[in-house]
Design a protein around this ligand. Structure first.
Ligand code: GLA
Length: 397
């Protein structure tokens, strides 16, 4: 019933590269997808997030080219390759490449402007579930960034290398300005800066990072991820509208960002805003508080105590931020009814995945009931897996 990571993704990318190009790649770099434990739609409000990296990764096998061309092939889980039309890196401009290839091209576009404009052959393989709200596109972008930097002789964490935070900003710029999606810093930072056995407490405003221990299994617990397989068509416009609403609210309040509204200041702030913006602000302010409380519990080793905060976060996204959907609510409600300590949707919303904190010996039962609840309503069967915090992006070979 439960899915598992394939673990050989970098080796698969290397083998595919050898098969296509008749020589081994110069190197292989990979980056993980993520779940966000809590702290949703807070990143672009200068707030707090708490993601961890999944054991699922995207790997990029790469070699340099001396003609300034970027040639990208991706090999799907079925082994079928898709080749993007090769492009001259010097000619890249926002909008010049569309579809999946916009992600690696956008990274090449940003890195070119940062002084890393050499051509490359890239072959991509991965096992991050696509379209599941688990940041497969960010894993692809981060792995591409590491590969292109690596070909230029720059490896992360070496003395002269740009910091992981800087690379995260570059990747964000490629997504915002090249791909054209106004996302925040959560996903790139998670993919680049998470480490095994920890959740990453990021204060987006200050950039400060704390690796907070998160060992569910030694507490007899597991994080069950439920990929609802739902993706609603208004997810992009819904995201943009929520973000614009938050920015408008901050402006009306005369504040740099909603981060600056405190919990105790909420009662004073809300009446000063038009009715339709109030629930957005309430979500962001209370969500930041929930992240901080979650971190306090985890620092003290009280992992089981975070359950109610997760569930309250879901209610806030469902009722105030209005980004949940039938499938996510069914996943969360069923998990809770079966004894999960807490559950919430994770990621941007309007489909994608939910997470549930469950006693390890009840994972099977909860999973079965979630499958049954979806089947009863005639919905596509969700994908299920348990996940522990896994390593962030790096060089594999
Ligand atoms: C998406 C975006 C992130 C963040 C989340 C919501 O994953 O890419 O920047 O805004 O939604 O928390």
């Amino acid at each position: 019933m439960l899915g598992t990571a394939t673990h050989n993704v970098p080796a698969r990318a290397a083998a595919e590269f050898l098969g296509r190009h008749g020589r081994p790649p110069t190197g292989v770099w990979s980056a993980p997808g993520r779940v966000n434990l809590i702290g949703e739609h807070t990143d672009y409000n200068d707030g707090f997030v708490l993601p961890f990296a999944l054991p699922y990764r995207i790997a990029v096998a790469a070699s340099p080219r001396d003609d300034g061309v970027l040639a990208v092939t991706t090999v799907g889980g079925d082994g079928r390759p898709q080749q993007a039309a090769p492009v001259a890196i010097a000619d890249l401009a926002p909008g010049s490449v569309e579809g999946w290839a916009a992600y690696p091209s956008g990274v090449a576009w940003v890195l070119r402007d940062e002084g890393f404009g050499g051509g490359a052959d890239l072959v991509i393989a991965g096992d991050v579930p696509a379209g599941a709200g688990l940041s497969s596109s960010h894993a692809l972008q981060c792995a591409t960034a590491l590969a292109l930097l690596g070909l230029a002789g720059v490896e992360l964490d070496e003395p002269a290398a740009p910091s992981r935070a800087t690379v995260a900003r570059w990747v964000q710029r490629s997504e915002n300005d090249y791909v054209g999606v106004p996302t925040g810093l959560l996903d790139q930072t998670a993919s680049l800066s998470c480490v095994a056995d920890h959740v990453l407490f990021l204060d987006v405003r200050s950039g400060s990072l704390e690796q907070v221990p998160f060992d569910a299994s030694s507490a007899g617990l597991a994080v069950l991820v439920i990929d609802t397989k739902a993706k609603h068509s208004h997810s992009d416009s819904g995201y943009r509208e929520r973000r614009a609403g938050c920015e408008r609210a901050a402006e009306l309040l005369g504040l740099p960002a909603l981060r600056d509204v405190t919990e105790s200041g909420l009662d004073d702030a809300l009446p000063r805003l038009p009715e339709e913006l109030r629930p957005l602000v309430r979500h962001v302010v209370t969500e930041n508080v929930r992240v901080e409380r979650t971190v306090e519990h985890l620092r003290a080793g009280r992992i089981a105590d975070i359950g109610d905060l997760l569930t309250a976060s879901h209610a806030s996204m469902r009722d105030d931020y209005r980004i949940s959907c039938l499938e996510l609510d069914i996943a969360v409600d069923t998990a809770l009814a079966e004894g999960a300590l807490g559950a919430r949707m994770t990621g941007g919303g309007f489909g994608g995945s939910a997470i549930a904190l469950v006693a390890a010996d009840e994972v099977e039962t909860v999973g079965k009931q979630v499958l049954a609840a979806f089947a009863e309503r005639g919905l596509t069967a969700p994908g299920l897996f348990t996940a522990a915090p896994s390593p962030g992006a790096g060089r594999d070979s």
